[in-house]
Write a protein that binds this ligand. Structure first.
Ligand SMILES: Nc1ncnc2c1ncn2[C@@H]1O[C@H](COP(=O)(O)OP(=O)(O)OP(=O)(O)O)[C@@H](O)[C@H]1O
Ligand SMILES: [Mg+2]
Length: 357
């Protein structure tokens, strides 16, 4: 659901601003420290209550003020507002009524493309599991409960293993663990099978290098989970934790048989990361009719003109509102070739709309 208007008060260097957004591309350019990323951060907060820059939202409150507010009017005339006061939790309201994170995140699903996004490719599997699960959460409503049950059983089983507990105690948790592990795997596998061809199309448009995507479920494909749990009991006891299961799943992204981060350049990796995000938004739209909102920070970083223009043209094919930042307006000129776009010059926390030809 596109945002039509956003109002920000006392957020980082922004004292007050109202921005009327275009349904498609919104381009923010300006000097370092002018406030561009802060707008993306505000929208991220609106959807998730979390910043992508800090775990302490107090830091976002403008110096020498008591609270920040973010208010957005959506194109279906609904609205979401949040307020954060020092040392108080964030308050979120949807149409004037208190709202949960699940409600705002489902109303305003977002995809973030920024430099920390490389971690999806070069860090451990945790973020990639989170990536798949974001997709599954949004399309399979039963998934969250199953995921909670599995994690609860896993925590209890691990606690018993640590104490060298008996088979009897373990078997009570084993059956819950096994049933829910199989369900998690089923949901993730289904998502992966639908997601993969969409990703292949995007990456095919962006990069001339063959990229492979494989889903690893966290235990051997040929063995039932029950057998894996039973066969590894001694080793699990020795280690004090459960070695195999959906908590070890991964999305393996490779080029020439190696993990992409060991083979590709930074620009090439950025396009892999963008393809994952684009494909996730396309899948969501295809299965639920919900549009993701894309936050693309410093779009031109790492990309030459050829790659940048390919990325912009792929973003243009998305049914999505996009907010993009860049240091120079030339970095954003590829966007102005397409449909409706609005450009804003950001200076010292103030936003000046500019005409785009
Ligand atoms: N709590 C705060 N109160 C006041 N100003 C702040 C606060 N936190 C950060 N700032 C300042 O607000 C500005 C916001 O920066 P932001 O990251 O949005 O800039 P940017 O335009 O994205 O810059 P860059 O091009 O370097 O990425 C910075 O100048 C920063 O120093
Ligand atoms: Mg920035």
């Amino acid at each position: 659901m596109p945002i039509e208007k956003i109002k920000l008060t006392n957020l980082r260097n922004i004292e007050y601003t109202e921005i009327n957004l275009a349904n498609k591309f919104n381009l923010f350019y300006g000097e370092n420290g002018s406030g561009k990323t802060s707008v993306l951060e505000a929208i991220h907060l609106l959807s998730t209550r979390k910043s992508f820059r800090t775990s302490s939202t107090n830091q976002i409150i403008k110096n020498s003020t008591q609270s920040f507010t973010i208010y957005a009017e959506l194109s279906d005339v609904s609205n979401i507002g949040i307020e954060k006061k020092h040392s108080e939790p964030i308050m979120v309201k949807k149409n004037g009524e208190s709202a949960t994170v699940a409600e705002t995140a489902s109303r305003l699903p977002i995809q973030l493309i920024n430099t920390t996004g490389f971690q999806l490719l070069d860090m451990g599997p945790k973020l990639r599991r989170k990536f798949i699960d974001w997709g599954v959460f949004h399309v399979e409503h039963a998934f969250f409960k199953v995921w909670q049950k599995f994690n609860n059983a896993l925590a209890n089983r691990n606690a018993i293993l640590k104490k060298g507990g008996s088979r009897e105690y373990l078997s009570a948790w084993n059956s819950i663990l096994i049933d829910n592990a199989m369900l998690i795997d089923k949901y993730r596998k289904k998502y992966f099978e639908e997601f993969c061809p969409i990703f292949m199309e995007d990456i095919g448009e962006l990069l001339d290098i063959p990229i492979n995507l494989d889903y690893f479920r966290g235990w051997n494909e040929d063995r039932p989970y029950e057998k894996v749990i039973n066969n590894n009991l001694m080793k699990d006891k020795m280690l004090g934790y459960t070695q195999y299961g959906p908590h070890k799943a991964d999305l393996r992204i490779t080029a020439y048989g190696e993990p992409v981060h060991t083979r590709l350049s930074r620009g090439q990796l950025k396009l892999v990361m963008c393809s994952l995000r684009l494909a996730q938004g396309r899948h969501l739209y295809k299965t639920t009719d919900k549009e993701c909102l894309y936050l693309v920070d410093d779009v031109a970083a790492e990309l030459d003109k050829n790659y940048l223009s390919r990325l912009v043209s792929q973003l243009n094919t998305m049914k999505a509102q996009v907010l993009v930042t860049g240091i120079e307006n030339q970095h954003l000129e590829f966007f102005t070739r397409y449909g409706e776009s609005r450009m804003f010059h950001v200076k010292h926390g103030k936003f000046f709309p500019e005409n785009v030809s």
